[in-house]
Design a protein around this ligand. Structure first.
Ligand SMILES: [Zn+2]
Length: 369
């Protein structure tokens, strides 16, 4: 989800939602245009070469329009439910809608996830009906192809595994029935990994076990995307399940207050006597002004330590380096992301020094099983 926008073209906004297209789309459009010419001529032999290319290119554009409508289904439903939408991106194998789900519920997740495939399937059905009512052969061909494309997009996306919509729906259903969001994620992500495996072997199961090279490459690409999406969903889910462990109160190390003009050797002796590893610089009134960086102290050679003041190894306390005691979980990670540092000062409700939060301790808490 959190991909950069560096290599994406902006297409403007619809209903206030920014729409982007990845340049990889042009590659796919070219493949469809050149690869689709023969298929078009099979159905419409009366067309010229140029006409066949044009129809194939039109199909590529209409296919993307279908994907866009699918994503719009997600986005508008999310907006309807009061969830902010950050944007819609179309890429070479489809699209995705970035939705902020600050207060997620299984019900809302289910409705937002189902809206896209439902719209695709409805468009596919309408296209099949419309195809029978049209006289023009070229138009009938395009409408028919478009209907099939929408049905494929709809059916593929309801397959029950993350990162597909069907996976989100499965996740919401398991979450709803067990009351356990994490279990929902694990079930849907594992199911996504199984789907990836099935997509990989499917070409060999069909076509009498002798698939074409193009089919194998295509299936491999889809399987790889499914696998990486499912695996990433699993990793994010695991991390989210560990967030409650991120409690500033228990993670913060005890710290000793020291005056800035104290020699490093003396400050370290005081820390040792107090049984702490972290030092906080305080002014004459006892107010904290800086945090001593452990790595900066460690970098000072032993024989220089009596001659260097501890204040020189401290980072002065800018705004983001002070964390209140009650910040935890996701909020703690957000605060740390806003102001990356190796150490943070933790203060209690009266702004007194509680301790020092060391970033590596947070990493360990997240990584531990
Ligand atoms: Zn979708």
């Amino acid at each position: 989800m959190a991909t950069g926008r560096g290599r994406q073209l902006s297409l403007g906004r619809i209903a206030g939602i920014p729409v982007y297209v990845s340049p990889t789309w042009f590659l796919v459009a070219a493949i469809i245009t050149f690869g689709g010419r023969d298929l078009v001529l099979d159905y419409l032999p009366e067309l010229s070469d140029g006409g066949a290319y044009l129809v194939a290119f039109l199909f590529a554009v209409l296919l993307y329009l279908s994907v866009f409508v699918h994503e719009l289904g997600h986005a508008l439903t999310a907006l309807r439910l009061g969830l902010p939408v950050r944007g819609i991106t179309l890429h070479f194998l489809g699209g995705y809608t970035e939705i902020e789900r600050d207060a997620p519920t299984p019900g809302r997740d289910l409705v937002v996830s189902a809206a896209g495939p439902l719209l695709s399937l409805a468009l596919g059905g309408l296209g099949l009906l419309a195809g029978q009512a049209i006289d023009d052969r070229v138009l009938t061909f395009l409408v028919w192809e478009l209907a099939v494309a929408n049905l494929i997009v709809g059916v593929f996306n309801v397959l029950p595994g993350l990162p597909l919509d069907g996976g989100h729906m499965l996740r919401a259903a398991v979450w709803r029935f067990t009351g356990d969001e994490h279990r929902g994620t694990v079930v849907a992500a594992r199911s996504g990994q199984v789907l990836a495996g099935l997509v990989l072997v499917l070409p060999f199961a069909l076509n009498g076990g002798r698939p074409e090279l193009f089919t194998i490459i295509w299936a491999g690409l889809v399987a790889a995307l499914l696998w990486s999406g499912a695996t990433q969903a699993l990793a994010v889910g695991r991390m989210r399940a560990r967030l409650p462990r991120l409690d500033t109160r228990t993670l913060a190390r005890k710290a000793a207050p020291v005056a800035p003009d104290l020699p490093v050797s003396e400050a370290m002796r005081q820390a040792h006597d107090a049984g702490v590893t972290s030092l906080v610089i305080v002014d004459s009134a006892g107010r904290p002004t800086g945090i001593v960086s452990e790595s900066a102290v460690a970098a000072i050679p032993e024989q220089r330590r009596p001659w260097v003041t501890i204040g020189q190894s401290a980072r002065s306390l800018q705004h983001g380096l002070i964390l209140p005691l009650d910040v935890r979980g996701d909020d703690l990670l957000k605060a740390m992301r806003e102001m990356p540092a190796t150490e943070y000062l933790v203060v209690d409700a009266e702004s007194r020094v509680y301790g020092v939060l060391v970033t590596s301790d947070v990493d360990h808490a997240l990584a531990a099983r």
